[in-house]
Design a protein around this ligand. Structure first.
Ligand code: HEC
Length: 163
């Protein structure tokens, strides 16, 4: 298991923007065509394809921006402090808050189900967005994270897949 995860890190490492490997042996992270078929079958959901980021951006701007702010920057209120209604305000979804600590499965579940009762007022998106739109918007959210945070998130994602 450990060898597999190291292999994944190496694989993802060379593909990430901002990596210090020489450009000539770094595959283009964004071009799915550069991912060999046998890797595509097992790779974690971390390769941000520009066309999917763009689809996700449209979903985000239509449904999420009003609460989570432009480019996921959140609201002026402190996202850690409950408002007068006893609920948390919408947090930033960029890498300045907590969203990036969640594996993909948890992010998608929160989006599908909305806020737990009494925690916040995010509606449930299941039935309003397709699974494909939820996938796209999650990829857009990941595109807002810096390469460094994205690398740390990959470790969280891999740990979650080993459980
Ligand atoms: C009506 C306001 C509102 C809208 C619209 C909304 N959200 Fe939220 N969202 C919240 C609030 C409030 C929270 C914090 C409470 C909670 O965790 O449920 C939250 C939490 C989240 C979280 C968990 C963040 C974390 O740090 O754990 C994610 C992910 C998220 N929203 C994604 C989305 C996406 C994607 C959309 C658009 C499809 C969206 N939200 C639309 C209000 C909203």
């Amino acid at each position: 298991m450990r060898r597999t995860s190291l292999a994944w890190l190496a694989l993802l490492g060379v593909a990430l923007p901002g990596c210090d490997k020489p450009a000539e042996d770094a595959p283009d992270a964004t071009a799915s065509a550069s991912v060999p078929a046998h890797q595509a079958a097992t790779k974690p959901d971390t390769w941000l394809k520009p066309e999917q980021v763009e689809r996700g951006r449209l979903v985000y701007e239509k449904h999420c921006l009003e609460c989570h702010g432009a480019e996921g920057r959140g609201q002026p209120d402190d996202w850690r402090v409950k408002g007068a209604n006893g609920m948390y305000p919408p947090p930033p979804l960029d890498d300045s808050a907590h969203a990036w600590h969640h594996p993909t499965a948890v992010l998608k579940q929160r989006i599908r189900e909305g806020s737990p009762p009494g925690v916040g007022d995010m509606p449930a998106w299941q039935g309003k967005l397709t699974e494909a739109e939820i996938d796209d918007v999650v990829v857009y959210v990941k595109s807002l994270w810096s390469p460094e945070v994205f690398r740390r998130w990959i470790e969280i994602e891999m740990r979650s897949m080993q459980n």
